[in-house]
Design a protein around this ligand. Sequence first.
Ligand SMILES: NC(=O)c1ccc[n+]([C@@H]2O[C@H](COP(=O)([O-])OP(=O)(O)OC[C@H]3O[C@@H](n4cnc5c(N)ncnc54)[C@H](OP(=O)(O)O)[C@@H]3O)[C@@H](O)[C@H]2O)c1
Length: 322
Amino acid sequence: MGFLYSQFFVTPKLPKRSFAGETIIVTGSNIGLGKEAARHIASLGVGKLILAVRSIQKGEEAKRDIVNTTKVDASTIEVWQLDLGSFESVKDFAKRASALPRIDVLLENAGIAAEKFQLMEGHESTVTVNVISTFLLAFLMVPKLKEVSKQYNIQPRLVIVSSEVHGYTDLPERKADKIFEELDVQSRADMGSRYPVSKLLEVLVVREIAPKLEGTGVIMNMLNPGLCHSGLSRDYTGLFSYFFEFMKFCIARRTDVGARTLVCSAAAGGESHGKYMHDGLVNEGEVSKFVKSEEGVKTRQRVWAELKDILNKIEPGVTGNL
Ligand SMILES: NC(=O)c1ccc[n+]([C@@H]2O[C@H](COP(=O)([O-])OP(=O)(O)OC[C@H]3O[C@@H](n4cnc5c(N)ncnc54)[C@H](OP(=O)(O)O)[C@@H]3O)[C@@H](O)[C@H]2O)c1
């Protein structure tokens, strides 16, 4: 009910504030919500805007388009390579970003909704991109965010783009001994629910780790942009793809409208820390019943313990950055 109401009757508002003097990183910003969020940020005014993209060529095209439409100075926007399908790429990106004088917002938007099972870095690709690499980048950047918080007396924002579809699943894979190992078994993988599962994992992990960031000056929040036109369903095939395209045709938000919710989270204050944002506002009522249930809390702790091990294998000690 909340979903349809938002799609039909709510038009999220863009924050009025400018990002002048601030450095903002937007992942997956060559297309879709990330690109439109970057365009909004450029229009509002920004010190430095980094488009963190898989393809430099596509990133440069997006930059040209944003410069042409916003008239922002071209030198304000930089295009940096980041492939969340490669842990080395994530580490290289984090190293480069940690050398920036300041970072005010790390907007982790990049994501996929894979229909076919494929391994990336030893894990199913949706889990690798949307969860493992997304949080690897977050943890690698936490020391820098803490440092700039002290240095400039600011509250840098670490934003995770999640989705209302986190509520479409209760993670049946939790019945296995090891959740992440179960998600990597091709013969049992339910790819129909994999994207919602990845978004649920994001919600669970943010709720588990945000309290550990309290007192550091870093704000971590997550958001649901609503159903929006974008390239996310580009790989869908078969009947479901027709159904999904029809649904989007009927109720999806324009990409630039949905992208306002990303900018709201990028601009949000301490009230958003650890919280779920919906229609551009903090709204914990939109967090699924499963997440809030006793079983959800137990699952959250197991997910975090397992993810912690995975991340520390990729980069020893990285979760100690909290
Ligand atoms: N659209 C919706 O209705 C909706 C609803 C709720 C949540 N979301 C979330 O919004 C976020 C943005 O999605 P979107 O809808 O804007 O989809 P999109 O148009 O497909 O954009 C996804 C972006 O992520 C990038 N990306 C994919 N794999 C990557 C990788 N391995 N490394 C780095 N970047 C990668 C894509 O780059 P390439 O172009 O190079 O592939 C693209 O820039 C996602 O997290 C999605 O889950 C979307």
